[in-house]
Ligand binder design. Structure first.
Ligand SMILES: CC(C)=CCC/C(C)=C/CC/C(C)=C/COP(=O)(O)OP(=O)(O)O
Length: 389
């Protein structure tokens, strides 16, 4: 007699939670004596608080908060004025875009996430939500995010948000299993939110005749002939580029060190990571970008007018601590060294962005806190800038 093996229908992939619940009831009814595996856990009913928790896990809340903060720090550093509704819409719109991108990423990575200790407890892996439901969440947030940015902020910011969803959930997620170049694409994804913050304030990303690149030379290089500029009118394309480079370069020491620590699980899950294929090169790439952060912060940031030239000096300390850790990681290549680089990368961004705020060009903190009075118009010291043609 031919045995008929029941194959799960294609749609069962999308409805698998319901399917497994039925099978569990069936087996309990017809095999009451069957031993229950000690690791067995019945599926949790999706109550409203649990659903909210699952949504936050799909959105990778901690990463999304970091993404929103990086966009907001750009808003804070921009010399262009903004309004509270624009500020709130940028934050919520960016968070929705990030939630969508992260959910789409997890939907595609269930079989791989299931093999890594770090990602094994993710909601789709532990079947806390069905892929169909997660897809609905990704579509809803993926439409709401850009729509909110388009209507309340501006089309450029909305397009950047939508493009970043495609870049992360499409190109990067696919490349993780195809090419070690995925990290470079992932770093662009991380670098785009500050550009969204910049454009949200009405800033331009590309130079034009109306919006040329301005260079704020250090005081000892200006002869005092350049006319002082009204800081509130400066929209220098070099500024968003600097913020993009900060986030782009930071990701290499951060990600390459983490990826070295978890390289065994990446190898097991089949991800193509430099830390798996070429650990020395992985550490070298991390060092290269840690070094690149020095001119980005000590030259590009003050030269663009984002910060004063004092920042060139104060940023040197944190930068050198990170370069030293990345250097040791490259020379010794051990797990201890990788952990040090990773730990440094955690405080690096808040410290640097905080310092940038402290040294923001044109920002008089003592005046802002009401400790000193505003200088008279005529006596006001304004930095001079030259236009790069
Ligand atoms: C506005 C907008 C759409 C922003 C998106 C921001 C975003 C999702 C940044 C993530 C950057 C990145 C490469 C993370 C690693 O993902 P991974 O898949 O390697 O992480 P995993 O191994 O933990 O899944």
């Amino acid at each position: 007699m031919q045995r008929v093996v029941a194959r799960p229908a294609f749609t069962s992939y999308f409805f698998h939670n319901a399917q497994w619940r039925t099978q569990t009831r069936f087996s309990a009814k017809f095999h009451p004596a069957a031993p229950i595996a000690p690791t067995y856990k019945p599926l949790e009913a999706l109550t409203a608080p649990r659903l909210l928790k699952v949504y936050t896990q799909l959105a990778k809340t901690r990463l999304t908060v970091l993404v929103v903060l990086s966009a907001m720090s750009s808003v804070a550093l921009s010399p262009l004025p903004t309004t509270l509704p624009v500020l709130l819409s940028t934050a919520v719109g960016t968070a929705l875009c990030s939630a969508s991108a992260n959910t789409l990423n997890q939907i595609q990575e269930v079989p791989f996430d299931a093999q890594m200790a770090r990602t094994r407890a993710r909601p789709l892996v532990r079947r806390a939500i069905s892929p169909l439901h997660a897809t609905g969440f990704a579509i809803a947030t993926g439409i709401a995010g850009p729509a909110l940015l388009w209507t309340m902020v501006n089309p450029t910011t909305a397009c950047l948000g939508a493009a970043n969803i495609a870049l992360y959930a499409g190109a990067y997620t696919w490349m993780k299993r195809k090419s070690i170049a995925n990290t470079w694409v992932g770093s662009v994804v991380g670098g785009l939110p500050p550009l969204m913050g910049w454009t949200a304030c009405g800033g331009k990303l590309l130079p034009s005749a109306d919006n040329p690149i301005q260079l704020f030379l250090p005081p000892f290089l200006t002869d005092g002939t350049a006319p002082p500029l009204d800081l509130s009118l400066i929209d220098n394309p070099l500024s968003p580029f600097t913020l993009f480079m900060l986030l782009y370069c930071w990701q290499f020491p951060h990600f390459n060190s983490l990826s070295y620590i978890v390289r065994d699980s990446y190898a097991q899950a089949g991800y193509r990571m430099l830390s798996v294929f070429n650990p020395p090169k992985n550490a070298l790439v991390s060092l290269r970008h840690a070094l690149l952060l020095v001119p980005v912060l000590s030259i590009a940031a003050p030269l663009s007018g984002l910060t004063t030239w004092m920042f060139a000096l104060t940023s040197l300390g944190p930068n050198l601590i990170c370069v030293r850790a990345a250097w040791r990681f490259w020379r010794k290549g051990g797990e201890k060294e990788a952990r040090t680089v990773f730990q440094h990368s955690l405080w690096y961004l808040p410290v640097m962005l905080g310092l940038m705020m402290f040294h923001k060009q044109g920002m008089e903190w003592l005046e802002w806190f009401g400790v000193t009075k505003h200088e008279e118009e005529g006596k006001e010291k304004k930095p001079a800038a030259v236009t790069a043609n």
